[in-house]
Write a protein that binds this ligand. Sequence first.
Ligand code: GLP
Length: 240
Amino acid sequence: MKVEICNTYEEISKKAAAFIIEQVNQVPNSVIGFATGSSPIGLYKELVRDYRENATSYKDVISFNLDEYFGINKDNDQSYYYFMKTHLFKHIDIKKEHIHIPSGDSEDVLEECEFYNKKLAEHIVDIQILGIGSNGHIGFNEPGTPFDQKTHVIELDEKTRQDNARFFNSYDEVPQYAVTMGIKNILQARKILLIATGEKKADAVKRMIEGPETIDLPASALQSHPDVTVLVDYEAASML
Ligand code: GLP
């Protein structure tokens, strides 16, 4: 894993954006794996700024998002669909039919997982963006998730629900389940770019990089991937 310690969140966001912009300029029909959470918001701001200033086009780009809350429909402002639309997709020229986000309210969620795996199998993600949970989750692959799992439904950890409660009116409103790409899907990306900031992530970052590869810390699975770049600030890197 390549670890880059940056001075500011802005620097992290700019570096991450440069990866995506270079990829899309070189290969206009790139497949990009997007993440939600607060970590990539700065990156998306940079992509929008670059789109406006330099007209980098996303019209042939295909996107796959990592995960979605279960039991929430896409128009709900807490859905990850809504998040992606608000922070990125509505500002750039990506085509609606090129966007893939697991559905959180499909009638048959197992069928939805199968469908998502099938779609993923038809593509190779060129760059997968990741954040990391304070418990070491990637996507919504919580501790204990086998590394060979593909897209599946998962019960969220209490810790994850507490961490994400800040986006909801109360803890009780945070969904209990989610649909997430599995670690196996994530590891199939050509390149992985993980963003982590703040002291709360320091322990997970240390165990991801220095600890044993174990399902107790899902992000440690990235140790076996050949091309991972970790962009961190000094707080998130403080235990390295
Ligand atoms: C969320 C998402 C993850 C994200 C993580 C960290 O629950 N499912 O994809 O990486 O938790 O979120 P944040 O960046 O807000 O700390």
